[in-house]
Design a protein around this ligand. Structure first.
Ligand code: BG6
Length: 461
């Protein structure tokens, strides 16, 4: 049920006083408004805190300003925004809240998964106007069973195409650019398969540590926070078959199909997963305490800040190619990229010497770039192989990922959101690893903040 984004709508944020709203959601909205999308939007914030309109408007204005968003539409939304105190898991509060807002309505759950589930249960008792759209943050549920139960609950509230499971990586233009890179030319796609590719690495290393997010992160950890969501979406775009269109149904079918074929390498989560946690260290001259000494962390939980898994994609195209996914916090350098490493050529003509490293296609996310490391025999001595790099910088788009995701929500277009079956599938893929870790079958390693990670950054396999 698409609605033109210029139709006046109400965006109701539950969990409005939280970190997510301030750091990502409101800045994304601000830039979107400044770009001319979302005119006439009514913004309502709600949380359990006893804030008033003024305090909330300041939060909105500060977040818009931090993103550099300015203009009449930005000021209008910030200046007319309202705050309604409510406990999102309480039916009475929700009934009152829904009675206080205009329709059509978009409800954004900027809440931890358990509270989101409780809020959905309460909403089922209250009932929602039929055109309402629901926007949910990751992690969607806490395992495949709870994700499936949440899907069932949501379909009792609104139809699936009015449910938006947000993964802001799907809003990154470079991530979507993977589709064009693979399917808008005849050069790359023919060699992206198990005959030519040795390995695929998807790496998201950050220099940031916990950043005061223990309340959420300490119960999630790197595997759930990054790999179960963002990295698997990137894997899906890299490994899927060509969709016929970029419409929601085609793109999401292609993503679902490849994720259904994805599992832990050799079904062995003990050998093909790794977990580690940062100890005290220094990054860019900044001292970072050990993760366990960060405020709000329970060391007994054994939460990992770096996770690595090796996955297999059981399709004709990808059989035998390991996909290594790694995500780590507080490592030495920011590195967000997919690296496709090619096999050696079947034969290099005798007389050409000096093969040193494989050909690689590297796709950098945020900043966005593309590099092709390729072996040739120039410049210099024509009998010696010289690797060269073809380099391109891609635009990252004017609107940040959260803005792009929100633009689709305002338009009623679910293309960039995760479909219900896919959300369950992503849990199914990582669950054997979570179980092995729970049973302590994989040691929790340690790495100093600011280092390249455990085992000097050497990948598994
Ligand atoms: C979020 C995670 O979804 O993605 C964070 O919760 C992580 O822990 C962030 O830092 C990374 O996103 P980006 O856009 O900075 O790559």
């Amino acid at each position: 049920m698409a609605t033109d984004s210029s139709t006046p709508q109400t965006l109701l944020i539950l969990g409005a006083s939280g970190d997510l709203a301030a750091r990502l959601l409101l800045p994304g909205l601000g830039v979107l408004l400044a770009s001319g999308v979302g005119g006439g939007l009514a913004l309502v914030g709600s949380a359990r805190e006893s804030w008033d309109d003024d305090r909330w408007r300041k939060r909105v204005a500060d977040s818009f300003a931090a993103a550099g968003a300015a203009g009449p539409e930005v000021d209008a939304v910030a200046g007319t925004s309202r705050y309604v105190r409510a406990d999102a898991s309480d039916e009475e509060d929700l009934r009152r809240l829904l009675g206080a807002v205009e329709q059509p309505l978009i409800v954004y759950f900027a809440l931890p998964p358990r509270v989101t589930m409780a809020a959905c249960r309460a909403l089922a008792g209250v009932g929602l106007p039929s055109r309402t759209r629901l926007v949910l943050e990751k992690p969607f549920g806490t395992d495949s069973g709870s994700a499936a139960a949440l899907n069932d609950l949501l379909t009792r509230l609104v139809p699936e195409d009015q449910v938006f499971r947000v993964d802001h990586y799907l809003g990154m233009s470079t991530v979507l650019n993977i589709v064009g890179l693979r399917f808008a030319n005849r050069i790359l796609e023919p060699v992206l398969d198990g005959r030519h590719v040795e390995t695929v690495d998807i790496v998201f290393d950050e220099t940031l540590g916990l950043e005061g997010r223990a309340g959420y992160y300490d119960t999630a950890g790197a595997l759930v926070d990054m790999i179960q969501s963002h990295s698997l979406q990137v894997l899906a775009l890299l490994a899927m078959e060509a969709p016929s269109t970029l419409e929601a149904r085609d793109l999401r079918d292609a993503i679902a199909q490849v994720l259904r074929a994805t599992r832990i390498w050799q079904d062995d989560p003990i050998s093909f997963s790794r977990r580690a946690r940062y100890s005290a260290g220094e990054i860019d001259g900044r001292r970072l305490p050990a993760y366990v000494d960060e405020e709000g962390v329970d060391p007994g939980r054994g939460t990992e800040t770096l996770a690595e898994v090796v996955l297999a994609v059981d399709t004709w195209r990808w059989a035998g190619v390991p996909f290594r996914l790694r995500a780590g916090k507080a490592v030495s350098a920011l590195r967000k990229e997919a690296v496709i490493t090619f096999k050696q050529p079947p034969w290099v003509p005798t007389g050409l010497t000096g093969y040193q490293r494989p050909d690689r296609l590297r796709i950098g996310f945020d900043p966005d770039w593309l590099r092709l490391d390729v072996n040739v025999n120039g410049p210099g001595d024509p009998s010696v192989i010289d690797p060269i790099t073809l380099d391109a910088t891609l635009g990252s788009g004017d609107v940040p990922p959260y803005g792009q995701v929100l633009a689709r929500v305002l338009d009623g277009d679910p293309t960039l959101s995760v479909r219900g079956d896919t959300a369950v599938e992503c849990w199914r893929i990582v669950e054997p690893v979570l179980a092995a870790w729970r049973n302590d079958e994989v040691p929790l390693e340690s790495y100093p903040a600011g280092s390249t990670g455990p085992d000097a950054g050497r990948p598994l396999l």
